[in-house]
Every structure is written in structure tokens, then in C-alpha cells.
Design a protein around this ligand. Structure first.
Ligand code: PLP
Length: 343
């Protein structure tokens, strides 16, 4: 199966003459910079590197992946939104998701005026391939979004390979929680699948949600389109510095240690939740959160809020389910204590 990415790209994006910033035209370090109408005074007076080269070099080294295969966005939400803008003709093209899942795919579809086909996951929150198959040949179906581990259910999704091998559009795998998971990332598969985009983020396992930096890994052809349409300075210097500071070797060890603590806490939390009467079911999780079923989710949620313990009420998407993020040991103790006091 050969896929020509250009055939999937919107015509106006193919033909687009991108904005060329002063920093794109001249990349040298030394000189008197009178090219960008910057203010000569101050510490934050210069525009940041539009291609975020230093971060990409670190990621490249860390993950054995070429810089040409990396896009950095203002959160992975930007990587999601730009995928719509590259591939989906408003009012004509479609995307497909499996629900329940992360809400941003639908919001981005609505913002971009692109139809969203929503297929239900089965009772184990897995993709039902038989239901999916008829859609795979729809020429206007441009992107299939797969969130694995899936939010809010927590499980890893199976059969992704089948979709990669049988769909000629873009397969967008959202791996926001992959660093908590024993499953392998699809990042290393971008060489085999030119239509694959794998998004990851600094917001979860890296503990940098406030910084707003997400990553898309894909074939250099796709990444070129990302770079073509992104706002030129989409990641500020302050944010670039914050990330560079964290991917520094010593800090990476701290990140790994924190992941270990969170996973240990998750195990502990699950064991303790099994002892809580109002918890009816605990779903398997490969992420840093746990989905639980209770008798009356709205009531349990409200009672927790009244005691200043905030979890996510997912009753509207999965009947009587609550999503609990694994916190620090103290926070988890407080949660359990409060839950046990509720009746
Ligand atoms: C939290 C989360 C993200 C992260 O988005 P950022 O914009 O990078 O903070 C992406 N996808 C899913 C499924 C998430 O739950």
C-alpha cells in the first residue's frame, strides 16, 4: 500500500506560501540584529527560535529519532488542531473517533467545521473492527484518532496495527499517557507508516502542564506541513527554556523517579479502593488515573467536592463513572479517607 501524503492535504495548504519570519531568513548568532523590529533593550526582547531546535536535538538524542520527524506545539492540543487544518476540508471531509475518549478531537472538529464520526468502544473499551471496517474506504475520511492509553477509560487500545495497515488516511495516535504504560510507543513506527502521527506531551509524565508544550512525531513529509502552517513563534522562549531545563540529564532521572512513585501509588490506590463499599468496579488502567464505577456518581462527586477533594465526574459519558487522578501519597490518603466517610 503506497500512500501519497500530498493527496491527503488540502489544496489551499499545498499551495500556501508560508510566513517567513526574520529568524527564518537569517539564522546566524553573531551580528547586529536590526531585522525583526525588536526592542534593543531588555532580557526577553528577542523573538524565540521558531524551530525550537535545541529541544528537538534533545528529543532526537533521547528517542533516537530525527529532528525532521519532530513537531513541537503549544500543547499537543495544537498538534491535534493543526492536523485538522492540514488535512480536512471544512464541510466536506470527516474524521473518526472512538468514544468515550478525549474531548478535544470533537471540539477541534467543530471549530474546523469538519464532520466527526463517533464509534462506540465495546464493553471492554476496545475498538470493534467489524463496525469500523465499512468506514475505512470512505475517501472523505481523512483522520482516525486513537487515544492509547485512552482517556477517560485508562486502558490501552488493541488492533491499532490493523488500522494502520488498512486505512489510507491519517492515523493519529494520542499517546499523552504512554510514559505510564507498559505498552510500547508507536513513535518508532513512523518509518513504516508515512500516514502515522504520534502525539505525546510534556503535560503529564513530565510534570510540565503549565508550560504548554506537546510533541507530534511523524514522517518528514507530514512534519513539513506542520511547520508550514504553524504560527511562527508558537513556543515562547520562557517555555522553551523550561523544557530544556527538564530534559537535562539529572532532571530526567527525577522525572523517571516520579513516574515510579505515581505507579506505586496507583497500585496502592487500587488495592485500597477495592475495600471501599461504594466502589462497584475499578477498570484496568495503563495511565496515571483510574476509572471507577459507583452507585451514584453525581452524589459521590458532590460529596467529595464538599470536602475539597476534586475528581472528574464522567457520569455523562460513562454511566456512574468517576475518573480519579493518582496524586501524591498524602493526596491519595486524603481521598481514600474522604471516600470512606461518605455513605
Ligand atoms: C492531557 C491530555 C493531552 C495533553 O494535552 P496538552 O495540550 O499537551 O496539555 C492530550 N491528549 C490527551 C488524551 C490527554 O488526556
Amino acid at each position: 500500500m503506497t500512500i501519497d501524503i500530498k493527496n491527503l492535504v488540502r489544496k489551499n495548504i499545498l499551495n500556501l506560501q508560508p510566513y517567513s519570519s526574520a529568524r527564518d531568513e537569517f539564522e546566524g548568532k553573531n551580528g547586529i540584529f536590526l531585522d525583526a523590529n525588536e526592542n534593543p533593550f531588555g532580557n526577553l526582547n528577542r523573538y524565540p527560535d521558531p524551530s525550537q531546535r535545541k529541544i528537538k536535538e534533545k528529543l532526537s538524542e533521547l528517542n533516537q529519532i530525527s529532528i525532521e520527524n519532530i513537531f513541537l506545539g503549544n500543547g499537543s492540543d495544537e498538534a491535534i488542531d493543526l492536523a485538522f487544518r492540514i488535512f480536512c476540508e471544512p464541510k466536506k471531509d470527516k474524521v473518526l473517533t472512538f468514544s468515550p475518549t478525549y474531548g478535544m478531537y470533537e471540539v477541534s472538529a467543530n471549530i474546523n467545521d469538519v464532520e466527526l464520526i463517533n464509534l462506540d468502544l465495546d464493553k471492554n473499551f476496545q475498538i470493534d473492527l467489524e463496525t469500523l471496517k465499512p468506514y475505512l474506504n470512505d475517501e472523505n475520511l481523512k483522520i482516525i484518532f486513537i487515544c492509547s492509553p485512552n482517556n477517560p477509560t485508562g486502558n490501552s487500545i488493541q488492533n491499532i496495527k490493523y488500522i494502520l495497515e488498512n486505512f489510507n488516511g491519517i492515523v493519529f495516535i494520542d499517546e499523552a499517557y504512554i510514559d505510564f504504560s507498559p505498552e510500547e510507543t508507536f513513535r518508532n513506527q513512523i518509518e513504516n507508516y508515512p500516514n502515522l502521527i504520534v502525539s505525546q506531551t510534556f503535560s503529564k509524565a513530565w510534570g510540565m502542564a503549565s508550560v504548554r508544550v506537546g510533541i507530534a512525531y511523524a514522517s518528514d513529509e507530514i512534519i513539513k506541513f506542520y511547520n508550514k502552517i504553524k504560527p511562527p513563534y508558537n513556543i515562547s522562549q520562557l517555555n522553551q527554556d523550561a523544557i530544556l531545563n527538564t530534559i537535562d540529564n539529572e532532571k530526567i532521572n527525577q522525572v523517571s523517579e516520579n513516574i515510579e512513585i505515581i505507579l506505586k501509588e496507583k497500585k496502592n490506590l487500587i488495592e485500597n479502593l477495592e475495600e471501599v463499599d461504594l466502589v462497584k468496579k475499578i477498570y484496568p488502567s495503563d495511565a496515571n488515573f483510574i476509572l471507577v464505577k459507583v452507585d451514584n456518581a453525581d452524589s459521590v462527586y458532590q460529596k467529595l467536592v464538599n470536602q475539597n477533594v476534586i475528581i472528574r465526574n464522567r457520569n455523562s459519558v460513562i454511566k456512574n463513572c468517576l475518573r480519579i487522578t493518582v496524586g501524591s501519597p498524602e493526596e491519595n490518603k486524603k481521598l481514600l479517607k474522604t471516600l470512606k466517610s461518605i455513605n
